[in-house]
Design a protein around this ligand. Structure first.
Ligand SMILES: *Cc1c(COP(=O)(O)O)cnc(C)c1O
Length: 456
């Protein structure tokens, strides 16, 4: 019986995967149809598990956008490689609690090993600590919690014990093009998002070092600088090495949001884009974007493990810490009982290896350049950014309305999917390539669909 329902789920998931390459990218069903499939009042009694799982699978089939497929170019989402899906199934199948070593040594060792591999492939300090979070949003929160601890401790303030009331003012410096999740993390940490010092950006969205120097000159006392590698629109990189130099000269902490852009560090051909990034104090990246593991996978990396653990570690009479000196995963994330989300990360790193990771990143960037070249050759299409990574910002026609119309038409047609944005005051499309399974043929097919949408 149990076997049946697991086999059923596996078969449905495999059928979905098999159909991904050809299915319409946009979802077929909306909320009303989905409620009809899985809604209604709570049943008074049990439902056959196979029937329940079938209903869920039907709803997913009808109500999913094929973000995992090869022609989804919206936001920056990645997909999930087969080995990482398999590792994710094992994570649920064993239902291991990855909070502490004592609950499951395997989950602890997997994260320990994956941490070492990650620091190696990203070229970050080998003694940095790594927390496996739900995503980059929580990785930003975790890195900035470590930053808050560190800069206040240096001023003689124990923020974990005494909170922020009466604490020295913490100056938070952010780029004009920061990601919204930085603001959210600052809110959750009691630092506020309305009190930040904003540093102007250049025409590609990169933080301007001369402007940073001026801003830092006005920051007295504990200071945190939030920088970004991989602008969500243009893919541009803040000059992170120069930023570290300026910030460290003033004893400030540097946090790097590299949700997708940090993966440039794993490619010998692209590493120059993040030159000096290893000198920062904390880094955020995602595994569920460019590393192509299933969702629920971000990484918070901190150069100062004590500052990382200080705001996260829990103590209670019944908790055993670091049994035999081994890692307790919950020391590095704002969670206790938690999913063993290191397993799919380990599987991605193990199956790709150093060369496979570099190839995945470089392939996506080559596809982005192919998009840019092909689209640029179409009358009335303009590429608005320097395509340095995997992001292409495109304007259609001569008014914002034309761009919006083409984006909507392409989404509805369903060959591919990309979203809209506003870039430097102009409505534009934003094409992001981050899926392991995208091919040149997928790019060409998508360009054809865009050309048709434009001439319609
Ligand atoms: C996607 C993204 C985030 C948020 O990541 P989640 O994994 O969705 O929480 C933060 N920063 C940048 C630059 C991003 O692209």
């Amino acid at each position: 019986m149990t076997d049946d329902v697991l086999d059923l789920a596996a078969a449905r998931a495999q059928a979905y995967q098999a159909g991904l390459r050809e299915r319409r990218v946009a979802a077929d069903a909306g909320a009303a149809e989905l409620h009809a499939l899985i809604g209604g009042p709570l049943p008074d009694g049990p439902t056959d598990p196979a029937a329940a799982v079938t209903a869920l699978a039907d709803a997913l089939d009808a109500g999913s956008v094929a973000t995992a497929g090869p022609r989804y170019f919206g936001f920056v989402v990645g997909g999930a490689m087969p080995a990482t899906i398999a590792a994710d199934w094992l994570t649920s199948g064993v239902d291991i609690n990855a909070g502490g070593y004592v609950l499951g040594p395997a989950a602890s060792v997997v994260e320990q090993v994956a941490s070492t591999w990650l620091l190696d492939v990203l070229g970050l300090p080998a003694d940095a600590s790594v927390g496996f979070t739900t995503g980059a949003m929580m990785a930003n929160f975790t890195g900035l919690a470590a930053a808050r601890h560190h800069v206040l401790a240096k001023s003689g303030w124990d923020v974990e014990q005494d909170g922020l009331q009466g604490a020295p003012r913490v100056h938070v410096v952010v780029g004009a093009e920061r990601h919204v999740s930085i603001e959210s993390a600052l809110r959750l940490l009691g630092l506020g998002h309305g009190t930040v010092h904003e540093v102007a950006a250049d025409e590609q969205g990169r933080m301007r070092p001369d402007a940073l120097r001026d801003v830092l000159a006005g920051c007295d006392g504990p200071t945190i600088v939030c920088t970004q590698v991989g602008n969500v629109n243009s893919g541009a990189f803040d000059p992170v090495g120069e930023i570290c130099e300026l910030a460290h000269a003033r004893d400030a902490w540097v946090h790097v949001d590299g949700a997708f852009g940090l993966w440039a560090a794993a490619s010998p051909a692209l590493r120059h884009l993040v030159d000096g990034v290893e000198r920062a104090d904390s880094w955020t990246t995602d595994a569920h974007k460019w590393l192509n593991v299933p969702y629920d996978s971000g990484l918070a990396i901190v150069a100062h493990p004590d500052a990382h653990r200080a705001p996260m570690r829990l103590s209670a009479s019944y908790l055993v810490h670091e049994l035999d000196g081994q890692r307790d995963n919950s020391d590095y994330v704002p969670e206790m009982s938690r999913r063993a989300r290191g397993l799919p990360v380990w599987a991605a790193l193990r199956t790709l290896g150093r060369s496979g990771i570099a190839d995945l990143v470089e392939r996506c960037c080559a596809h982005a350049r192919r998009f840019a070249v092909s689209l640029n050759a179409i009358e009335g299409v303009e590429i608005l950014n320097d395509v340095v990574l995997n992001q292409v910002v495109v304007r259609f026609g001569d008014s914002d309305d034309v761009s919006r119309r083409v984006i909507a038409a392409a989404q509805a047609e369903g060959t591919c999917w990309f979203g809209g944005t506003v870039w430097r005051g102009v409505a534009a499309a934003r094409i992001s390539v981050s899926n392991w399974s995208t091919t040149e043929a997928d790019v060409d097919r998508s360009v054809d669909a865009i050309r048709a949408a434009l001439s319609a």
